[in-house]
Design a protein around this ligand. Structure first.
Ligand code: ZN
Ligand code: ZN
Length: 242
């Protein structure tokens, strides 16, 4: 990298204000806007046919898609702002693995709107905890960042009552059944009183098969929670699309 490249990198790092730039292409945008018109038109909003239960994009409205039929039972309802497709998938990758914490501002705004749009009336918001060592390695927990910001926007308190007590394999390569087995005993409710008889909303970045959220919801229900909803930035459509 020449001096010019190095200087450019330095300026981008320290003087680049992501608030005035399109989050995807970097083009200048009006104050308060997150995307330029061109990129906004490409966003995969999850506002078409969805599985009424897990909220993932399917070909036709169904009460239950093939993934959550008979399996997602502790989660009462799940909804996501986007379908996990380009270009939003790239932004989420950046948020998760590319130190893109600033994206929490935009994503939390979307999730807060989703909360309001679904008329959810929760007593508390929760996030998916990370294993301590993993969180230290990444430097932040993206689910917690989101939940904290959503909590302020919708004025519902954050209940910090979940702990991840087991290191688990990365889920990406595992089947649904393997995921559930992998997650067995991974989470603990540290303060049962804080969730008893409560309506709760779990906040996360992506729903893949819903296994993690389902395992957490089942712990919460065992601890006495009344209703558990899941809101995510994006969800991956079922493989067979039904
Ligand atoms: Zn753009
Ligand atoms: Zn479903």
């Amino acid at each position: 990298m020449g001096l010019k490249g190095a200087l450019g990198k330095f300026f981008r790092k320290y003087f680049f204000n992501p608030k005035w730039r399109c989050l995807l292409c970097g083009r200048e945008v009006f104050e308060g806007e997150n995307f330029c018109e061109k990129c906004y038109a490409k966003l995969p909003f999850n506002d078409g046919a969805i599985c009424e239960h897990c909220g993932r994009k399917v070909i036709a409205f169904e009460p239950y898609c093939t993934t959550c039929k008979n399996v997602i039972i502790s989660l009462d309802l799940c909804r996501s702002v986007f379908s996990y497709e380009k270009p939003i998938s790239a932004l989420i990758q950046k948020f998760k693995y590319g130190n893109g914490r600033y994206l929490a501002d935009y994503f939390s705004e979307c999730v807060a709107n989703l909360y309001l749009k679904n008329y959810l009336n929760a007593d508390g918001l929760l996030y998916v905890p990370m294993f301590e060592k993993d969180e230290r390695k990444r430097g932040y927990n993206q689910s917690k960042l989101l939940a904290e910001k959503v909590s302020l926007k919708v004025n519902v308190p954050l209940i910090d009552c979940l702990k991840k007590i087991k290191e688990t394999k990365r889920q990406a390569t595992l089947s649904r059944l393997e995921r559930l087995k992998n997650l067995d005993g991974a989470f603990r409710v540290t303060d049962k009183k804080s969730v008893k008889d409560k309506t709760l909303v779990l906040i996360d970045d992506v729903t893949t098969t819903g296994a993690t959220a389902e395992v957490i919801a089942s712990r919460l229900k065992k601890a006495g929670a009344k209703i558990v909803y899941l809101l995510t930035v994006a969800s991956i459509p079922p493989i067979d699309k039904y």
